[in-house]
Every structure is written in structure tokens, then in C-alpha cells.
Write a protein that binds this ligand. Sequence first.
Ligand code: ZN
Length: 200
Amino acid sequence: MIFITSKTSDGNMSIFCGDPTTALNNQKKFSKKLGIDYKNIIELKQIHGNRIIKIDQPTVKINRADGLITNRPKLYLMIKAADCHQIGFYDPKNKAIGLIHAGFKGLKKGIIKKVIEKMAKFFKSDPKDLIVKLGPSIGPCCYRMDIWKKAEKQLTDCGVLEKNIGNPRICTYESEDYFSHRRAEDKKENDFRFMTILGL
Ligand SMILES: [Zn+2]
């Protein structure tokens, strides 16, 4: 399984922020670095909602949603972010994965509960087996909402075991390694996105 996040030095990864051709080239370069076939990466148009899509094959269609699930190996789920959570779910028993984009709005709309329910429905995933990894996101140090704690609480409320939750607690606002939407606004920087990829 791979769960990896691009860095500022890899460039902007969102075709919806800045120049789309550059973003696409950055995505291609990053996947090449990982040894991943670019065509197997599944991208979404993220809308701060709670819609989750099950993916069974590579597709060029860009759905409007904030989460992806699959049990197919070598399909790579991708979420773009700059402060929001990217949360990856891995069910080692049933060999299934899920990846969501969850900022304050997504958390409020219950996207964590929804992805866990969908993985249970389609892959028979039991929350207590799930290994959950969070990517870099804005910390309580720099944002009035503590989305770290909020996400962790929602995960444990859904039955995920505390010992199975990995949050690196890297604040995107403070770390120059990652893009931050709020830092971009405050410091008049380019409002770009990094990406997190999860695949079996
Ligand atoms: Zn911070």
C-alpha cells in the first residue's frame, strides 16, 4: 500500500488552481517519481461535500465528490489539499482502501462516517480493523477550528481504534513543505494545492 503526499517543491497539483497544463505536468512528474502509471490515478473535483465514489477501473472522468473507495490494486486514489485533511483508510483484512478530503465543512457533513459506512457496505470492512492515516493539514495553532481533534474524535466515534489512527500533526500553515490556502491569502502567495495518493 502507498500513502504519499507531494511537497511544495513538486509544484501545484490542482488543475482547478493556477495553470491546468502545469498542474497536469506536475502530476505526471510526481507519479513517474513514484513509479505509478499516471493513467491509474483517480482525480476528483472536490466540493467540500460528503459524496463518496466507488471506483473499479481507471477513468478520465472527473466526478464532483470528496471521497473515493476501491478494492482494486494499482488504482491510485488522489485528493488535493492546502489546509484540509486528506484521510486514508486501509482495511488489511479485505484489501480495500478509501481516501477523503475533509475540511471543516466535510467534517460537519459527516464525510468520515460516510466513508466508513461505504467501506462496510461494499467491502465488509469493520471499523476496528481500519488503519487510518492523515496527511498534513492546518493545526489548531493557526486555525480557530481544531480539525485535528475533530477528525480524530469522529474516527473513534465510528469505531476506529485510537492506536490505528496516525496523524503526523504537521501544520500546513507553518510548514513550507506544503501549500496552505490560508497562508497564501495572508502572505499573498500563489494559492496552490499539494496532493495525497493512496493505492493498494
Ligand atoms: Zn500551525
